[in-house]
Design a protein around this ligand. Structure first.
Ligand code: AG3
Length: 280
């Protein structure tokens, strides 16, 4: 295959990313979505769901570390963690690096994503057999409604908020998240790009503010997601997510205490984003 490109279909942004690829390793349709694994020249293997790149072998750690560690280190003693989505296991791997964790429940609706990831991405799906991990293939929106005052940390690693993942960004869902968290619990979810998806970021933040006393926003650069400047939204009951509560004692490639402190939006700019004066 010479000069063959995979073209991504971002559901919102009217732009297309193309990746030079050498092989299509897997193509299938699960009950919920289209799943593809391709070998790209630059990024190595890529997992693609419904035409959108979820992560690549080469740089998945930026996203997985940055979605996990800021809230885990803002919390003083995270023992019981819930991951919704994240069927590839990348967030689970990062969560289980924390020695405080006694139990991590991963609830991903799509069993096929778990199976495909185990087969093609062994360095991402490497913690599924950890004795502290429980993997469930259920609907996270329904699952969470059965738990009250249960989890220290809830992390939502979902696909873009279109189709079945949309519900995970609503005010109603955040009410269940709040209730499922313990009295000092903290939530984080991936909340799209400040460039192409600003309206989603703002809607997401507003829905969180209806439920949580402390809401914040941090970003990192993810070159395989449209807009690159990717955001993460936090809802917290007690802890200030900008502050680190414990020693950073896990091995990471990107995340550090300095990265943590610098990832959050400066307060004035954050206000501009929320009140619409940044909109361009
Ligand atoms: N989930 C979030 C991917 C979002 C990509 N969106 C986009 N490019 N428009 C990643 C799952 C990794 N565990």
């Amino acid at each position: 295959m010479k000069d063959v490109y995979f073209m991504e279909r971002d559901p919102y942004a009217p732009i297309r990313h193309c990746y030079g690829i050498s092989k299509i390793l897997y193509e299938g349709k699960s009950k919920y979505q289209e799943i593809q694994v391709v070998e790209s020249h630059y990024f190595g293997k890529m997992l693609i769901l419904d035409g959108v790149v979820q992560f690549t072998e080469k740089n998945e750690f930026f996203y997985h570390e940055m979605l996990t560690h800021p809230v885990m280190f803002a919390h003083k003693n995270p023992q019981n963690v819930l991951i919704i989505g994240g069927g590839d296991g990348g967030i689970l791997r990062e969560v289980l690096k924390h020695k405080t964790v006694k139990k991590a429940v991963l609830v991903d609706i799509d069993k096929d994503v778990v199976e495909v990831s185990k087969k093609f991405f062994p360095t991402v799906a490497c913690s599924m057999d950890d004795p502290r991990a429980i993997i469930l293939n259920e609907d996270g929106f329904k699952y969470i409604q059965d738990y009250k005052n249960e989890f220290d940390v809830i992390i939502v690693d979902s696909t873009d908020p279109v189709g079945f993942a949309h519900v995970l960004t609503t005010e109603e869902f955040f009410k269940y998240v709040f209730e499922a968290l313990k009295e000092d619990g903290i939530y984080v979810g991936q909340s799209e790009s400040l460039h192409y998806h600003l309206d989603i970021v703002v809607r997401f933040q507003k829905a969180l503010k209806k439920n949580f006393p402390i809401v914040d926003l941090y970003t990192t650069v993810i070159p395989v997601y449209a807009g690159y400047w990717w955001s993460f939204s936090v809802g917290s009951k007690v802890y200030n997510p900008r502050e680190i509560s414990r020693d950073v004692d896990v091995e990471t490639r990107f995340y550090s205490d300095e990265i943590h402190k610098n990832a959050f939006l400066p307060p004035n700019f954050y206000q501009k984003v929320l009140n619409g004066t940044f909109k361009y």
